[in-house]
Design a protein around this ligand. Structure first.
Ligand SMILES: [Zn+2]
Length: 420
C-alpha cells in the first residue's frame, strides 16, 4: 500500500509531502511528484508528528473504567476488580481491548505494551485495530507449582500460536510482578526470553510495601531480586520503578533494561512517591511512559500522561527546569526507549510509516511559539485528526470504521461483568 500525504506541516521543515511505501516512510520533501497507485491524503491545516507510545497498560481493563474509584487498593481489588475479572472470557478481553485501541487511536497512540489474560483476545484486538503492541499472557503463580507449570506451558504454546498474527503483534513474556511470580518461574522466563530473543514486561517497585516485602522474603530489594533470577536484561521492560534506590538504578543501567513511568496511575493509587526520573536519565537508562490500565487512570490519552509526567517531575524536584517539553516529547514518542513501540519514533525516510496528523488550527495550539511545548503542555487527544500505522490510515477526520459497534459491545459486556 502506498500513500501520498500532501501539504502537511512539519516542525523545522514547514509544508512538505510524505510518501509511504510498504509500511515505511519513503520520502519527505516539498511538493513531491505523484506516486503511482498511491492513495492521496490532503493534509491542509494538519501537522505531522510521531505516533505516541504507551509503554505499559492493561488494555482490556477499559471495561472497568470508573468501576470503584477513590478506594483503598486492596478493598478495590477484592470487592470490585477481582470478582469482575473472575468472569472474564476471551471475547470480553477482545472487546475491552478493541475499546482501548479505539481510545488510543483517537488520542494519537500507535503502539502499546500490554499485560493481561486471554492472549488471543488481546492479539486479535491488536490485529483488527491496526495498532502495534507487545502482547503476552500474564503469568501469576502464587497458588503454587501447579499454577507455575501451567503458566510456563501456556507461554510456550502462545509463542507458537503467535505466528498466526502479523508482525504488528509482538509476542512478549509478561510475568506480573516479583510478589506474584515465583523465583522458579522468573528464572524460567529469563531463560526462555534469552533462547527466543523475547521481550519481558513486568511490574517492578511500584510501592514501598513491595520493597519491604521483598526485603523480608528475599533479603534484597526488588531490582536485585529480579537480577538474581537473570531477568534484568536489555530485553526487559520494568513498569513503575517508583521506589528504586541509587544502587538499583546503577544495576538497571548496567543491565540495559527499560523503565516505564506511569505517573497518573501512581498518583491516583497514591503509591507514595514519584519515579526518580532525573537519577534514571542521568544514568542513561532507557525511559518510556505508560498509562497503566484504564481502571487506575482512567484515561489512555498519552497527551494527558506526558503533561502530568513533566509536571510531577518539576513538582517533586522543586525545579521548573526539570524535564523540559522536548525531553518529555522524546519519552512519550518512544525515542528514548527503543525497546518500546517497534520503531525509532522518528519521522524520517526508512522508518515505520507510523504518523499522527494533528489539527494545527485548534485554539489550544494557537499561537505556535513552540510547537513541542504546545504538544506537551496544551494539547489533548482531541487535536488528533488522522492516524496512520504501517502506512495504513486507521482514523481520518476523527472517524474510525466500526467505532460505534465496538463502543456498544464493550459497554454491554462491561455492564454484565460489573453486576456484582
Ligand atoms: Zn500495571
Amino acid at each position: 500500500m502506498t500513500l501520498h500525504i500532501k501539504n502537511v506541516w512539519l516542525q523545522d521543515k514547514g509544508l512538505v509531502d510524505i510518501h509511504t511505501v510498504a509500511g515505511k516512510i519513503k520520502t519527505i520533501g516539498p511538493a513531491l511528484p505523484p506516486l503511482a497507485n498511491a492513495q492521496t491524503l490532503d493534509a491542509n491545516g494538519l501537522a505531522a508528528v510521531s505516533g505516541l507510545v504507551n509503554g505499559h497498560t492493561h488494555a482490556a481493563m477499559s471495561l472497568f473504567r470508573g468501576f470503584g474509584d477513590d478506594m483503598q487498593l486492596m478493598d478495590w481489588l477484592q470487592t470490585r476488580i477481582w470478582p469482575a475479572e473472575a468472569k472474564l472470557n476471551e471475547e470480553d478481553v477482545y472487546w475491552g481491548s478493541r475499546l482501548a485501541c479505539l481510545e488510543m487511536i483517537r488520542s494519537g497512540t500507535v503502539a502499546f505494551e500490554d499485560m493481561y489474560w486471554h492472549f488471543h483476545g488481546m492479539a486479535r484486538a491488536v490485529e483488527d485495530s491496526g495498532l502495534r503492541a507487545g502482547v503476552g499472557a500474564v503469568m501469576i503463580d502464587i497458588a503454587g507449582e501447579k499454577q507455575g507449570e501451567e503458566c510456563r506451558a501456556q507461554a510456550v504454546q502462545y509463542l507458537e500460536e503467535s505466528s498466526r498474527y502479523s508482525d504488528r503483534v509482538k509476542f512478549t513474556l509478561t510475568p506480573h510482578a516479583i510478589y506474584t511470580v515465583s523465583a522458579k518461574s522468573l528464572s524460567w522466563t529469563a531463560e526462555f526470553s534469552d533462547k527466543h530473543n523475547l521481550p519481558v514486561h513486568i511490574h517492578l517497585s511500584e510501592t514501598p510495601f513491595e520493597v519491604s516485602e521483598c526485603l523480608k522474603n528475599h533479603g534484597v530489594r526488588p531490582a536485585v531480586h529480579l537480577d538474581q533470577q537473570g531477568l534484568l536484561t536489555p530485553r526487559t521492560i520494568l513498569a513503575h520503578g517508583v521506589c528504586l534506590d541509587d544502587a538499583e538504578l546503577d544495576l538497571i543501567a548496567k543491565r540495559g533494561s527499560t523503565i516505564v513511568s506511569n505517573p497518573v496511575s501512581n498518583m491516583k493509587l497514591a503509591v507514595g512517591g514519584a519515579f526518580p526520573y532525573l537519577k534514571a536519565a542521568k544514568r542513561g537508562i532507557p525511559i518510556g511512559l505508560g498509562s497503566d490500565g484504564a481502571a487506575s487512570n482512567n484515561s489512555l490519552d498519552m497527551f494527558q500522561e506526558v503533561k502530568t509526567f513533566s509536571l510531577i517531575q518539576k513538582h517533586t524536584n522543586n525545579d521548573p527546569t526539570v524535564l523540559p517539553a522536548a525531553d518529555a516529547w522524546r519519552v512519550v514518542t518512544g525515542v528514548d526507549a527503543p525497546l518500546l513501540g517497534q520503531g525509532s519514533g522518528l519521522l524520517k525516510a526508512g522508518e515505520n510509516a507510523d504518523i499522527v496528523l494533528v489539527r494545527r488550527e485548534e485554539p489550544e495550539l494557537t499561537p505556535n511559539h513552540d510547537f513541542i511545548s504546545n504538544m506537551v503542555y496544551s494539547a489533548t487527544g482531541h487535536v488528533v485528526d488522522t492516524v496512520i500505522v504501517a502506512g495504513k490510515i486507521l482514523m481520518k477526520n476523527r472517524i474510525i470504521d466500526g467505532e460505534k459497534e465496538i463502543r456498544l459491545e464493550a459497554a454491554a459486556r462491561a455492564k454484565k461483568l460489573c453486576e456484582i
